[in-house]
Design a protein around this ligand. Structure first.
Ligand SMILES: Cc1ncc(COP(=O)(O)O)c(C=O)c1O
Length: 258
């Protein structure tokens, strides 16, 4: 039920909630959110309640993602786009934390000290000979966890899957607050395509051909963009051919259901 990067991020958050005697985890996401999907399942497994604050409207047909969330006991509330834009502020969360006493705020994509620490566990599954690791960037938790715990001389590269007119300044500021800078990670910023959840025609064709050739399915929001990014970089940067590269398939296939 939970694939890719999700348990790495969520397990320490669930443990933190349990250790603090909290019963409910509240988080945010879109109607196809892998994060809410994983949180609903993992919370239930841990004997905790979950609440999902979803960008959308109650009148909309529930997506397969949200139907699963509901089936696993997540209480869903819908918030409009304007309200959702405030999700990084305390003011957004306060009413929900009051409505659900004994609850814990889980930021978008699990961004937290716990989620970042948990993401460092990726290294346990990465071949020690690897010298370059490439992953998708949504909230940045996975990238931050990899970069924080990277062995010496291993480069960590993140591929943002959303466009940012500000050249990913907010992301870099978040990373800098963790003392992570250009020494610890770099970004390949040309591969977000037309926007979050949208592929360019070239990315779509690549994704289809890659899946056919390899038997490995890619999701259009995260992994298709990351694999396309590496393929593109390999064609323009001959130095990459001498490196031992790991690319992380961070999951997300549940979101492909219509
Ligand atoms: C499938 C998938 N890959 C990658 C990411 C990006 O991870 P992060 O939010 O840690 O940057 C997400 C979002 O959580 C995701 O669902």
């Amino acid at each position: 039920m939970v694939s890719g990067n999700k348990l790495y991020k969520l397990q320490p958050l669930l443990e933190a909630a349990q250790d603090s005697g909290l019963q409910t985890l509240i988080s945010v996401g879109g109607r196809y959110s892998n994060h809410l999907h994983a949180l609903a399942w993992a919370s239930r497994e841990a004997g905790l309640q979950s609440v999902g604050l979803v960008l959308g409207y109650a009148a909309q047909v529930l997506t397969p993602t949200l139907l699963d969330c509901q089936r696993w006991g997540m209480e869903l509330h819908f918030v409009d786009r304007q309200t959702y834009q405030e999700r990084y502020t305390d003011g957004f969360w306060q009413p929900w934390l009051s409505l659900y006493p004994n609850s814990m705020r889980v930021n978008e994509g699990g961004w937290s000290a716990e989620g970042i620490k948990g993401s460092g566990l990726w290294w346990q599954g990465i071949d020690p000979d690897t010298d370059l690791v490439v992953c998708a960037v949504g909230s940045g938790s996975t990238l931050a966890g990899l970069a924080t715990h990277a062995p010496a001389k291993v480069s960590v590269v993140g591929v943002p899957v959303f466009r940012d007119a500000d050249n990913y300044q907010d992301l870099q500021t978040k990373m800098a607050a963790l003392s992570l800078g250009s020494e610890q990670y770099s970004l390949w910023t040309d591969f977000a395509g037309p926007g979050f959840g949208k592929l360019s025609p070239a990315q779509r064709t690549f994704s289809q051909q890659f899946s056919l050739a390899s038997g490995i399915a890619l999701d259009p929001v995260y992994t298709a963009k990351v694999f396309y990014a590496l393929e593109s970089q390999l064609t323009v940067d001959p130095h990459l051919h001498n490196r031992k590269i790991a690319i992380l398939h961070t999951g997300g296939l549940q979101g492909c259901r219509q």
